[in-house]
Design a protein around this ligand. Sequence first.
Ligand code: SAH
Length: 269
Amino acid sequence: MKELINKYDFKFKKKFGQNFLKDNNILNNIVSKSEVDKDTLVIEIGVGAASLTTLLGVQAKNVLAYEIDEELKPIITEAISNQNNIEVKYIDFLKSNVLEDIKKYDYKKLYVVANLPYYITTPIIEKIIGDKIPVDKIVIMVQKEVGDRFNAKVGSKEYNSLTIFLNYYFEISKLMNVSRNSFVPAPNVDSVVIQMEKRKNKYSVDNEELFFNLIRDSFRYKRKNLKNNLKGYDLEKIKEVLNQYNLDLNVRAEELTIDMFIKMSNILN
Ligand code: SAH
């Protein structure tokens, strides 16, 4: 990677969140722990100098990768020159039509595996969910503080509406910690690799829109309790559910599990 970056005199761009992974152990670990195989189509977001891309190409059936920075094209083209199962699209992932792009591929499993551009971590995940991209598993490198929120325990300060939103769709676990020194240039945050597997037993929410609104509103003002955050809701019904858990309306959202929110939303529906 270093050679290619020097050869093409590439200048890293902060605005695109360009911190390339240089640690081969970490790269190999991401690929092996993601369990990509010859039935898998992998979507990668942010190719960089293709360090992860080329490894994924060896294990996967196909890799469909997105890179916003066209200046990386000569580096990437050279790096993947002998791997014809890798396709790179030079486009902003957030503006791409992934459902259209994956149509021509034949695969049994669809994974996202990526060392993400951190400045758009949440929009990327929201796009994957919002566009209904049929992923079976997501393995992503994110900033440590963000990863801690994804799999935060109820009652902890990292636990918020995003935690519940993601846990509704996925079973989430941390695969590894990654030091800032594993990247060039080194970012000023540490990282974690997070795995999100599509839930096999989906939660039974009667009205998803109501459920998501309820969660968002419950966490609206961090210091406020449910009684204050949920003024527009039928508080008697919510109290009924809370009482089943020996709680009342003075509780704060971060004390409530996903099951409690589901019960509240179903009774309100
Ligand atoms: N996967 C590589 C690069 C990680 S850095 C590695 O691990 O070494 C993040 C990469 O995402 C950069 O190459 C950056 O140019 C790219 N990127 C940033 N914003 C993007 C976007 N909106 N769509 C696609 N790629 C993007």
